[in-house]
Design a protein around this ligand. Structure first.
Ligand SMILES: [Zn+2]
Ligand SMILES: [Zn+2]
Length: 131
């Protein structure tokens, strides 16, 4: 099951990105929003490609949005968490597990980097599910 997300910034930038994959592509495609620093766009890129590329410019200067945590990774200790910054827990907008690479990808419900105005004001919201 995949999700379609709206990405919208206060500067007027707006786009749609995808997370996960539909049933037919399950296991062969895992899409997730990325920032392309080559063409300055928020794009959807397939993490299961040998080389993750931008669908617009075919560049490889992509930065993934959100966080990823490998299954085998150690959880942060209370000590690290204490100094991680904010006291207010940020809710998770999207959490998607990719079994191919045993990693959970998450997008927090807060402002993210906008490729147009370069501020942390790009907000994602879930638009629809697809399969
Ligand atoms: Zn690009
Ligand atoms: Zn913006």
């Amino acid at each position: 099951m995949g999700k379609l997300l709206n990405a919208e910034c206060s500067c007027g930038y707006k786009t749609t990105v995808a997370v996960g994959s539909g049933r037919e592509q399950y296991g062969t495609v895992f899409e997730f929003p990325h920032l392309c620093t080559n063409c300055d766009e928020t794009v959807t890129a397939d993490l299961l490609q040998a080389q993750v590329t931008c669908p617009l410019c075919s560049g490889i200067d992509l930065k993934i949005y959100g966080t990823k945590e490998h299954d085998g990774a150690k959880k942060k200790s209370w000590f690290q968490r204490l100094f991680a910054g904010s006291d207010e827990p940020v809710s998770t907008l999207v959490s998607q597990y990719c079994y191919n690479i045993e990693t959970t990808f998450e997008i927090e419900d807060r402002g993210h980097f906008c490729p147009k105005c370069k501020e942390q004001t790009l907000k994602f919201s879930v638009d629809a599910m697809f399969d």
